[in-house]
Design a protein around this ligand. Structure first.
Ligand SMILES: NCc1[nH]cc(CCC(=O)O)c1CC(=O)O
Length: 317
């Protein structure tokens, strides 16, 4: 019996979602009579050591995955579970995404002490988020709000909501669901007001390209619909040279049969946005197509032709 070693960050969210993935993989092993057992190996990443520094100031790209990928290339671990939105768009040589499991709720959530929804927040309310993407879209919708930086893991942000005088904070619904803390959500931000981060709500499971056994196991856990929609979003981000610390949002969905859905059968519909951090400019475009990679590039090009590069280069300084 082979022991598959699973590497993970040490945050509560990382440990929880790694445990959930291992449980799902164990179930698959049982059903398919595959001879694998699992072991968890905790890894301290740079991103976790400097959680109190604004990540955009220290070059956020890949800060949470680098050490884990090194351990995988050194064969200290065989598999790693990442939040898709923390994964850099390019994987190192020899590593691959073996599975993208079914996505959970991609929306951002409002956790508020002074009114249930965004519309109900009082004039000038103090809202905590360190995401330029969230700040940009919130300011565009409610210019009166005071957006202030808040950092740390999900649990420490929930604590800071009380201790640091925020009226509300914004967090990804997905992380709260995975932790079982969804009762803290007072409302959801609709995607037409606040486009989520690329890949938000999805996980990516990374493995070595040459590891056929793990690849086979992961292929049984992959959700092709999620993989295709997230691939379109990531192509869009990569095409704009994105990373996670830029005011870029995107959301892709598959054709569904509801009335008014203009997406062609079997197609993907992708909306992408680039905004100025103060919310005075929001560029947003939507297109549909069947090939995720081309679709991502197409929406990026539509935004570039409207001046997206200028906004982004200003942000990057
Ligand atoms: N930015 C950190 C981060 N990375 C992944 C999640 C959880 C949501 C997800 O898996 O998409 C979060 C927390 C948040 O943004 O509120």
């Amino acid at each position: 019996m082979r022991t598959i070693v699973v590497g993970t960050r040490q945050s509560q969210l990382a440990l929880t979602q790694t445990g959930q993935v291992i449980n799902a993989l164990k179930q698959i092993c049982e059903l398919q009579a595959l001879p694998f057992q699992f072991e968890i190996r905790k890894i301290l990443t740079k991103g976790d050591q400097i959680l109190d520094v604004t990540l955009s100031k220290v070059g956020g790209k890949g800060l949470f995955v680098k050490e884990i990928e090194q351990a995988m290339m050194d064969k200290e671990i065989d598999l790693a579970v990442h939040s898709m939105k923390d994964m850099p768009s390019e994987l190192p040589e020899g590593l691959m995404t073996g599975a993208v499991p079914r996505r959970v709720d991609p929306r951002d959530a409002l956790i508020s002490r002074v009114g249930t929804t965004l519309d109900e927040l009082p004039q000038g309310a103090k809202v905590g988020t360190s995401s330029l993407r969230r700040a940009s879209q919130l300011k565009a919708y409610r210019p009166d709000l005071h957006i202030e930086s808040i950092r740390g893991n999900i649990d420490s942000r929930l604590r800071k909501l009380e201790t640091e005088g925020f009226d509300a904070i914004i967090l990804a619904a997905a992380g709260l669901y995975r932790m079982g803390w969804e009762d803290r959500i007072t409302s959801f931000l609709p995607v037409d007001i606040c486009l989520p981060a690329v890949g938000q709500g999805a996980l990516g499971i990374e493995c070595r390209e040459e590891d056929e056994e793990v690849r086979h196991l992961l292929s049984l856990y992959n959700d092709p619909d999620t993989a295709a929609t997230v691939a379109a979003e990531r192509s869009f981000l990569g095409s704009l040279n994105g990373g996670c610390q830029v005011p870029i949002g995107a959301f892709a969905s598959l054709h569904n049969k509801e009335w008014g859905d203009e997406t062609p059968e079997g197609g993907i519909r992708l909306t992408g946005m680039v905004g100025s951090p103060d919310g005075t400019v929001i560029l947003k475009e939507t297109a549909s197509g069947e090939r995720p990679h081309e679709l991502g590039e197409q929406v990026a090009e539509m935004l570039r032709s409207r001046g997206a590069e200028e906004i982004l280069s200003e942000v990057r300084g």
